[in-house]
Design a protein around this ligand. Structure first.
Ligand code: N01
Length: 488
């Protein structure tokens, strides 16, 4: 395809989605795109999450692009900095920096029906006109701060895992960690032996399965670099293993959940000797209902003498520490908030105004929905990455992201080749798709407990109810009949 300066494409966000989309555009011979990134560097979640122990809980051979496989991962589950290095390498290899506007936040997007273009406004009040927008703004980006009375009055250091403050030295300090989710299970064992005391405040215990992390020796890495076929085999096997195990994590099945519970309870017995402590750490909800946690050393950390599990509810944070419902004041020099993220899909990332002046927030007032998680009726030529109901609970999110990139690319090629003004998904097609998704949700495990997966009304607009392979198949082909197509 020819270089077309008259076909500007905007990519919003330079995380995995935006970078992957940019690489695939270049591979398709399309260079007329600009990547807007509000931060000063690329990387999204892997740039921002730098807390001690931060790593991916999906094996790196699968948690990397299929079109940029990496034989050099130093361990089975790469650390956040290694993933960030990988992304920086992909950016350099494809010379994406020349397409990038860093420190540029998009604050509004508005569609113009007459010209079939989107006008993006930046925080500097600049505007940029695009024929197509790929929105890769991420789903779990901004930290969620708990609403606990007195939080702002704490006199020690307070750090959120998603925005770690490396200037604070926790060595020999009395540290309190609030939260026991995926971030906490990584940070707790990483800081346990350096602090003087560590109190972990648990509201809900989670199911933890073994990680079996290991280093990849140099010899193996050299072998994989020399024979990439074996790297592809490793990826293939890890992917299909996660798919095979998937139903244990996502189906509402007593028998399958029992398998998950059994593995997790075995893990607990291996790591914790004290039956009373085990009891406190044992969840009372169905396996898979909240995100399953992956760790070899989180539970074992509570065996250390300086580590204590506090399961009495927090009533307030005071100047000196954390007060719990039994009246105890747990004094602390520093509090680590491992309390997660604001779910991006609750609303549009910024005002997005589509056809007829309708805001995306209005279209999503009863929850975020999109056709195949990517296109929303009334918002033509707008492709969402990691959109509604495209998150996995059991495998690499990048499998879904790559499917979305390839789908958007097909649409872009069609728009360019046929010089279309716009492609807008038909409302009835979108509705039918989402009715199907919500019907299938009834057979999934996620409605039985509280988690970030669910909206306030209990509906799941986050996860895909099924196998990744099925999502890939469903999105593989663009069906023009699903779209209302307008010509110039
Ligand atoms: O956040 P979370 P996270 N008082 O929301 C507790 C991804 N991720 O950052 O369970 C007391 O899971 C809250 O308690 P409860 C992954 O998708 C991926 O750990 O609500 N406690 C919970 O224990 C993951 O699912 C990796 O009762 C309070 C914790 O804080 C997502 O990010 C690594 C509280 C929050 O857990 C979020 O994980 C890390 C309060 N007021 C994260 N408010 C990978 O490896 C909240 N909590 C890929």
């Amino acid at each position: 395809m020819q270089h077309r300066d008259d076909f500007p494409i905007a990519i919003i966000g330079a995380g995995f989605s935006g970078i992957g989309a940019a690489v695939q555009l270049i591979k398709a011979g399309i260079h007329s795109f600009t990547i807007f990134e509000r931060a000063g560097e690329i990387g999204g979640t892997w740039r921002d999450n730098t807390y001690p122990g931060c790593a991916c809980d999906v094996p790196s051979h699968v948690y990397s692009f299929s079109f940029e496989q990496n034989p050099n991962w130093t361990r089975r589950y790469a650390t956040s900095w290694e993933i960030q290095e990988y992304l920086l390498g992909v950016v350099d290899k494809h010379q994406l920096r020349e397409h990038m506007k860093l420190n540029t936040e998009i604050v509004e997007a508005r569609f113009d029906e007459a010209s079939g273009t989107w006008t993006l406004t930046t925080d500097d009040d600049d505007t940029f006109t695009a024929r197509v927008v790929i929105a890769g703004v991420g789903g779990l980006v901004d930290p969620s701060y708990p609403s606990i009375e007195g939080l702002a009055g704490f006199e020690g250091d307070m750090i959120h895992t998603a925005r770690w403050n490396h200037d604070v030295d926790l060595a020999k300090k009395r540290v309190a960690v609030i939260g026991t989710g995926a971030s906490a299970v990584q940070v707790v064992p990483s800081i346990a032996s350096m602090v003087s005391t560590l109190k972990v405040f648990q509201r809900t215990p989670g199911w933890v399965v073994p990680k079996a992390d290991r280093l990849y020796p140099k010899r193996l890495r050299r072998f994989l670099a020399r024979f990439p076929f074996f790297l592809r085999i490793s990826r293939f096997m890890k992917y299909w293993l996660s798919e095979l195990r998937g139903p244990i994590v996502f189906l509402d099945s007593a028998i399958l959940s029992k398998i998950g519970t059994h593995i997790s309870m075995w893990n607990l017995r291996q790591q914790v000797r004290d039956p009373a402590l085990r009891e406190k750490l044992t969840p009372d909800f169905q396996f898979g209902c909240k995100r399953v946690l992956v760790s070899d050393d989180y539970w074992a950390a509570f065996e250390q003498e300086n580590v204590e599990l506090v399961s009495n509810p927090i009533t307030a944070i005071e100047r000196q520490g954390i007060r719990t419902s039994d009246g105890t004041l747990h004094e602390a020099d520093a509090i680590v908030l491992a309390t997660g993220f604001k779910l991006g899909l609750v609303s549009a990332p910024f005002p997005v105004i589509g056809r007829g002046g309708r805001a995306l927030d209005d279209a999503w007032k009863r929850g975020a929905v999109a056709y195949k998680g990517m296109t929303v009726a009334g918002f033509p030529n707008w492709f969402i990455m990691m959109g509604p109901n495209t998150g996995p609970g059991h495998t690499s999110v990048l499998v879904y992201t790559e499917a979305q990139i390839s789908h958007a690319l097909q649409a872009i090629k069609k728009i360019m080749a046929e010089n279309l003004k716009c492609m807008d998904v038909r409302q009835e097609v979108q509705d039918r798709y989402n009715d199907g998704i919500q019907k299938r949700m009834k057979r999934m495990v996620w409605s039985g407990c509280e988690s970030w997966y669910l909206s306030e009304d209990g509906t799941n607009h986050s996860l895909y109810p099924g196998f990744a392979a099925e999502y890939v198949l469903r999105t593989r082909e663009l069906h023009p009949r699903d779209y209302e197509i307008t010509h110039f």
